[in-house]
Ligand binder design. Sequence first.
Ligand code: ATP
Length: 231
Amino acid sequence: MKILEVESVGKKYFKKQVLLGINLVIEQGKIVGLLGPNGSGKTTFLKILVGLIRPTAGSIKICENEIGYKTKELVAYLPDSEFLYSWMKIKDAKDVYIRFYKDFNSKRFDDLLEFMKLTSDMKVTSLSKGMKEKLALALTLARDAKLIILDEPLNGVDPVAREQILVSILKAFNFESSMIITSHLINEMESMLDEVYFLKEGKVELHGNAEELRNEKKMTLDEIYREVFAC
Ligand SMILES: Nc1ncnc2c1ncn2[C@@H]1O[C@H](COP(=O)(O)OP(=O)(O)OP(=O)(O)O)[C@@H](O)[C@H]1O
């Protein structure tokens, strides 16, 4: 079953073409990496999927639905910037999510919190950047959404926390859904990705099954990335 179908999607900001002719299909149960350098259009693309901005061309379907009210319920999104209020304790953030999302799984949230060594009476202001990132991730992964979108989940976290975050993502992943992850840290992500899309200046430069690409090119995804982006 196809969770996401994107056809010829484009986005222009005034005269600037930020995305052009994006085609992408994600089947159920897959973890897909959206990889590309700064400014290649990753966040813009994800915001289009979430319904925060509108594309200027093309069509998108999430579980057969066009982007709108219904797809907001199907998508769980971890933005790449902070969205938690400073007055909140972790339990308040959880309450907001419970009220907002019918699919919020409290048990999974509590398990993820424990695994990440966070407690519900901690104040959001007292959390370090990495701890906030973990909280935001636990809130997102606790939803039983069909499409989970993680924009730079490893941003600003140390190597041990990165490992913990990757394990949490895999623990929480449910094969009824699919996931899109963006990251600059391809080495860390490599083993969990089923498919990859390399985005260059708003276009898909290369895409494919991660294993097949590795075999075909006899390179790791990180090496393929460096080849595609000549860095
Ligand atoms: N609101 C906006 N108005 C005009 N241009 C924008 C706007 N938002 C993004 N852009 C431009 O779109 C391009 C793609 O930006 P985007 O944030 O999608 O890239 P990205 O791949 O997510 O980058 P990063 O890895 O740095 O987060 C950039 O050139 C950016 O300047």
